[in-house]
Design a protein around this ligand. Structure first.
Ligand code: FUC
Length: 802
């Protein structure tokens, strides 16, 4: 359900929001192409946070592939293994004895969730528009305008000019497809195709070269629409004089039965003759047609599937049909721009690049293209705004966009890095509203995860392991090497804390405090003494997905857990003090345990140790994609160049061993880490790789490979971080500016403490810095060696000239 009042849905934000800044910089805000999309990763995404569409821009047969963010498999389920708690003491004893493989075996046989996998995300099918007689096109162009959030296609057949626009409206909760013919008419049949199973393997991520030079689509290409592809549970029929209604059920998975019903309704409005014919709508002799598409499931929340999707899609299409197209369009554009236009970025001179986007990506590693980095930032902001809006589900592994019923890694929420990375840019990129779905997901997890805490660990509070899904499952899955990690929920709290840090507001703090407190309580109850006296540790755990010995990841007290819990306890203590929580005993215990968490360690190679033992040099995968023990450097600030230079030196040793090349998200993390450490040139080299064709598809989706959206978001946050950082009570300006970016302008980037900044730089030097915030507030700004306390005036602004 989409909540109307943002302020109610997400207290604190309305007060903290600042006025949209003037877009002070010229920038290119379009992705564009000279050919229709062939593979799915060439199609252009639109989304309103809940409904998504991939637009192919094909000539003879347009394909619009649909998603709805609650269309997951299965239904409400309790995944907690009743044998888990009894096995826990034995697992811990085996770990204490160094018998890690035996501990992992026992975890595998007694502690994994039931079922051992979670429910995959699905797809809502395809609209196929078959145009009569269309076999070729001239003057073809398709593009995605990030500033209006509209995907467009135009071409001509020599006589008639055709134009199509597609957008996903947040205010009207429909996808709108507008088709216009000038100088002639259109004739087409509108059909619907049920989603098919996608055939990605989940293991093909180890560096396969991505196909970027797919042959251009023939203009007359048509995909078959075969009746036998429709499962029997699916009904497809005319609904009134001008609409199709599709009703279906989600799929069962891993023994969890299908519990969701869904509906898609497509209503066709326009001139010419619009006639339903069985499972199609015929459009004849039309010059202007508007298709309104609504989709919904019966999902109300993770425990309630009693919604009325047919009623919803009928109401939504009917409401939209009552508005003229111009109003639907302007309502959509206005809602998008109110958020999107808060930030602008120019890197370089800002001259428009004459090449189509796929060409720029193909050459990104060979030629400097600073404008592509700026476009990547705006695309990242566009993607988060389109996949995570108040009232909807959080951005999943693919954001919102998924082609079929078996996406890579289930297209769910992997919370040992991926979901967290999705929200890295939310604050700095000035689109903090996008965090609201994540806040509600954590609120859900604090309920389902309390059951896992008590049934699995005999503990108070709540917790989540390394994955969750629409049903908010929190038990460990997949196997001990991936799933037996207790810090997924704790790490999610960081995005909630960051929102407070960037938008300090006591109402919001009161809302998240029980979540922080519950997450902390779980660790108060489950931290154990390291038998060698090094302090308090988690057990059992892993350093996400990395083996310390061949085939074994199970251990106690990996560095990442200690760092995350140190942060979590710190946020909780700060909130406890700010809110005057009277539970003094809780705070005292938290502070005492925080002080006794085992410290970060430097190993024999001079590296930051990934585990409590110095196993790093012998670990089987020296270049492993995860860099979990560097959480302390980024996104945390525990380890930083100002306060802990020795640990920073150790982190660099670690990162040099890991190497710069990795999967999409892991490349983005490396980029963010070198950036945070002030190493602009190293960061720039990594960024070139991220923007190039091995890690960016033609539609600018991140290539793990396959497509996974976290790299887009991690990359967006890291590029902004190259220009402005906010940690340790200071704002750092141009701290990792590479030589390749001597000039540019950034407007509307945010920093901790409720501050917004504009900056101009030229010749590699800061020229102008403007701050906005609370009148009288003092902001510490560091530029190079210079640290300046800037006091905001009575209007809440301050200016520094370089
Ligand atoms: C983690 C990563 C993989 C992938 C998956 C969705 O398991 O290690 O690379 O991103 O999440």
């Amino acid at each position: 359900m989409i909540t109307a009042g943002l302020a109610m849905a997400f207290p604190g934000l309305a007060r903290a929001a600042v006025q949209a800044t003037t877009r002070g910089a010229q920038e290119s805000l379009s992705l564009w192409y000279e050919q229709a999309a062939g593979p799915w990763v060439e199609a252009l995404p639109v989304g309103n946070g809940r409904l998504g569409a991939m637009c192919f821009g094909r000539v003879a047969q347009e394909r619009i592939q649909l998603n709805e963010d609650t269309l997951f498999a299965g239904g409400p389920y309790d995944p907690n293994n009743p044998r888990s708690l009894a096995a826990l003491p034995r697992v811990r004893a085996l770990i204490d004895d160094g018998r890690f493989a035996e501990a992992a075996d026992l975890i595998s046989s007694s502690m994994m969730g039931l079922p051992k996998t979670q429910m995959p995300y699905g797809a809502a099918g395809d609209l196929l528009l078959d145009f009569q007689g269309a076999t070729e096109a001239a003057a073809y162009r398709r593009w995605l305008d990030l500033d209006t959030a509209i995907a467009s296609t135009r071409f001509s057949d020599g006589k008639v000019q055709y134009k199509r626009e597609v957008f996903a409206s947040a205010p009207d909760q429909v996808i709108v497809i507008r088709l216009v013919a000038t100088g002639g008419v259109m004739n087409f049949d509108l059909g619907y195709r049920h989603p098919r199973e996608t055939s990605y393997g989940s293991t093909d991520y180890t560096g396969a070269k991505v196909e970027t030079a797919a042959p251009p689509m023939p203009w007359d290409y048509r995909e078959p629409l075969r009746a036998d592809e429709r499962p029997s549970s699916l009904s497809l029929r005319a609904d009134g004089a001008d609409a199709l209604l599709i009703e279906g059920r989600n799929v069962a998975a891993a023994g969890i039965p299908s519990a969701l019903r869904y509906a898609v309704r497509v209503q066709a409005l326009g001139d010419g003759a619009i006639t339903p014919r069985g499972d199609r709508i015929e459009v004849r002799d039309a010059t202007t047609v508007t298709l309104l598409v609504a989709a919904a499931t019966s999902y109300i929340n993770y425990a309630d599937v009693g919604g009325d999707p047919v009623g919803m899609v009928r109401a939504q299409t009917a409401a939209a049909a009552a508005k003229p197209y111009a109003r639907l369009r302007s309502g959509h554009v206005h809602a998008h721009q109110a958020l999107f236009r808060r930030l602008s970025l120019r890197i370089g001179a800002g001259a428009a690049d004459p090449r189509p986007t796929n060409r720029r990506i193909a050459l990104a590693e060979q030629q400097p293209d600073p404008g592509l980095a700026a476009l990547y930032v705006q695309y990242g902001r566009y993607l988060l705004l389109s996949s995570s809006r108040p009232g909807g589900q959080p951005a999943n592994l693919q954001g919102l966009w998924n082609e079929g019923t078996n996406p890579p890694w289930g297209g769910k929420y992997t919370i040992n890095i991926n979901t967290q990375m999705n929200y890295w840019p939310a604050q700095s990129a000035n689109i903090a509203e996008c965090v609201e779905p994540l806040l509600r997901m954590v609120e859900d997890l604090s309920v389902t995860g309390a059951v896992t805490a008590s049934k699995g660990y005999g503990a108070r509070g709540w917790m989540a392991h390394h994955n969750t899904d629409l049903w908010r499952a929190t038990a460990p899955i997949d196997g001990p090497l991936w799933g037996m990690w207790p810090c997924g929920g704790a790490w999610l709290c960081q995005a909630l804390w960051d929102h407070y840090d960037y938008h300090p507001d006591p109402v919001y703090l009161r809302r998240i405090y029980p979540l922080l407190k519950g997450a902390s309580l779980f660790f108060v109850d489950t931290l154990v003494e390291d038998p060698q006296g090094r302090g308090l540790v988690t057990s059992p755990s892993i350093s996400p997905e990395n083996e310390h010995h061949k085939g074994v990841a199970t251990c106690a007290g990996p560095a990442m857990d200690r760092q995350i819990i140190r942060d979590l306890f710190g946020w909780t203590l700060t909130a406890h003090a700010l809110l005057n929580d009277s539970d003094a005993a809780f705070a005292a215990e938290l502070a005492a345990k925080r002080a006794r968490l085992a410290a970060d360690r430097v190993g024999a190679q001079g590296q930051l140790q990934e585990w409590l033992e110095d196993w790093d040099a012998g670990a089987p995968e020296q270049q492993h994609r995860h860099v979990s023990h560097l959480y302390g450097v980024y996104p945390s600030e525990q380890i930083n160049v100002r306060d802990t230079p020795a640990l920073i030196a150790a982190a660099k040793v670690t990162l040099n061993t890991r190497g710069d090349k990795s999967t999409g998200w892991a490349t983005a993390w490396r980029l963010a880490l070198w950036t945070r450490m002030g190493e602009g040139e190293r960061a720039y080299g990594i960024l070139q790789g991220l923007l190039g064709p091995e890690r960016t598809y033609p539609n600018m989706f991140d290539a793990h490979p396959p497509f996974q959206i976290d790299g887009n978001f991690g990359g967006t946050a890291a590029i902004l971080e190259m220009l402005v950082q906010s940690w340790g009570g200071e704002v750092r300006v141009l701290a990792a500016l590479p030589k390749a970016w001597p000039e540019g302008a950034l407007r509307g980037v945010r920093a901790r403490g409720g501050v917004e900044l504009d900056l101009d730089w030229a010749d590699g030097q800061l020229k102008l810095l403007q701050l906005r915030g609370k009148p009288g507030q003092v902001v510490k700004v560091r530029y190079g060696e210079r640290l300046t306390g800037m006091k905001l005036d009575g209007k809440g602004s301050a200016t520094l000239r370089g």
